[in-house]
Design a protein around this ligand. Structure first.
Ligand code: AMP
Ligand code: GLY
Length: 440
């Protein structure tokens, strides 16, 4: 039996672990916060401790003869967990520190894309003071920009003109805030279009795609409210989006292949693990919004349950530089809805009980994943972040959405979710938006 260590504590790690166990792994878990799903899947073989304390992780891994570790979240990746574990003889699924900077530093990412002429790149300039800033804004136009802190912000640091910033003074106020934190930041060209996520498996040379997913970053229905880690996501049975063609996907995948080879040329390090590309289809073509050095959350929940190929074998192939192009996914649609504590993301209600009617959920056929919740004496409680992911899988998007929505109704507590994720109405809005951009 293969001993696999999962590192991380959210719904993404829950679904990674579920897929590993389904593929025959004997699961061990290491997490900074006890996830009830990981506790159950590992049958209690877990340690709760900081995910960036590499010494402890190595000691835990060695103690249990781990064959390889899968790193779920970005935080340990960008500070070198893979380098540390591999140095001590524990193989990892995830990129080394230099390669993980594709997510850890947006400045590194944009410089790389520029230097290697990667076509999906957009114009950007870095700053760490107000020097030259207003000149640059005059040049590009206030309305055409996005402000992005350089480092990790959990999806909440990006501010877009027209969405979060409405005047020169708003832009300068935000930039001053970042300068006060000693943060470098980018002023980036604002793209207009529809976003999609392409998650890939990479072995250093080969980059294999998976079904496209669309996430919903805004907290409230109809894409209103503040940005969040992602309130839900869907994928279609043909693995595309109605507004994203096969050619678009090929273009995005080609870019990702160029990025993987550019990382090798630039850093000498092969990119191994999962590479997540968030793109936008615009009038000017497919543009890159961001790269992540890991699977998406919620997007991992849309693709891993569809995997037909054995996931443990895929991990070995990533590790050994031996990935094959025949990774298969079921031709089903998926809809994932996140339940978040009332008030999330601004003032979330924590320590509130959640009641899950497991029998009813199972009957409906929905799946559920624990995110930032804790279990005490058999009861589940909220924290300050997204609570539970509920997934519907079916032949059509409509059916998948209904399963997810019915599943959500089996979970009660002081929670909210976006009812519109995966609905026909919202999908049509996306299609109309894309058409108006392409034909406008
Ligand atoms: P990120 O954390 O980079 O994913 O950014 C969060 C959200 O901000 C993205 O999902 C987009 O909706 C938006 N965003 C980021 N960069 C851009 C851009 N260059 N143009 C337009 N929107 C952007
Ligand atoms: N769903 C966005 C992310 O995983 O970063």
């Amino acid at each position: 039996m293969v001993n696999v260590l999962i590192i991380g504590h959210g719904a993404r790690e829950h679904v990674i672990a579920e897929t590993l166990v389904k593929s025959g792994a004997n699961l061990w878990a290491f997490m900074s916060f006890k996830n009830a799903g990981l506790e159950d899947l590992s049958q209690g073989k877990l340690k709760v401790h900081s995910e960036t304390d590499f010494k402890e992780i190595i000691s835990y891994g060695k103690q249990h003869n781990i064959d390889f570790a899968v790193v779920g979240p970005e935080a340990p990746l960008v500070v070198g967990i893979v380098d540390a574990l591999e140095k001590s003889g524990i193989s990892c699924i995830g990129p080394k520190i230099e390669a993980a900077q594709i997510e850890g530093s947006k400045i590194f990412m944009r410089n790389l894309l520029e230097k290697y002429n990667i076509t999906s790149n957009v114009q950007s300039k870095r700053f760490n003071s107000l020097t030259g800033l207003e000149n640059y804004l005059d040049q590009v136009g206030d309305k055409n920009i996005v402000v992005k802190p350089d480092g990790l912000t959990g999806g909440k640091g990006v501010k877009v003109y027209g969405d979060h910033l409405f005047s020169r003074s708003d832009i300068l106020t935000y930039c001053r805030e970042l300068i006060a934190k000693n943060s470098y930041f980018l002023i980036e060209e604002k793209c207009i279009g529809e976003e999609f996520t392409l998650q890939t498996f990479c072995d250093g040379k080969n980059v294999i795609g998976s079904p496209l997913v669309q996430d919903h970053k805004r907290a409230y229905e109809d894409d209103e409210g503040p940005n969040t880690g992602g309130m839900g996501s869907y994928s279609m049975s043909d693995h595309l989006m109605p507004f994203i063609s096969k050619t678009d996907v090929e273009s995005a995948l080609n870019d990702m292949k160029h990025v993987v080879s550019a990382i090798k040329k630039e850093t000498g390090v092969e990119y191994k693990g999962f590479l997540y590309g968030q793109f936008m289809k615009t009038k000017k073509g497919i543009k890159l919004i961001e790269y992540n050095a890991r699977l998406g959350d919620p997007e991992a929940m849309n693709i891993l349950p569809l995997l037909k190929t054995n996931f443990v074998d895929i991990c070995y192939d990533i590790k050994d530089g031996n990935l094959k192009s025949n990774i298969e996914f079921m031709n089903h649609a998926t809809v994932c809805k996140y339940l978040a504590p009332e008030g999330y993301p601004v003032s979330p209600l924590k320590d509130q009980p959640i009641i899950i009617d497991k029998t009813k959920i199972r009957k409906i056929g929905a799946k559920y994943y624990y995110a930032s919740v804790y279990r005490e004496e058999g009861k589940i409680y909220t924290t300050t972040s997204r609570a539970m992911g509920v997934l519907g899988i079916a032949n059509s998007l409509e059916e998948a959405e209904q399963i997810a929505e019915k599943g959500v109704k089996c979970i009660s507590g002081k929670l909210f979710h976006r009812k519109d994720v995966g609905t026909k109405k919202l999908l049509q809005k996306r299609i109309d938006h894309m058409n108006s951009i392409l034909n406008g």
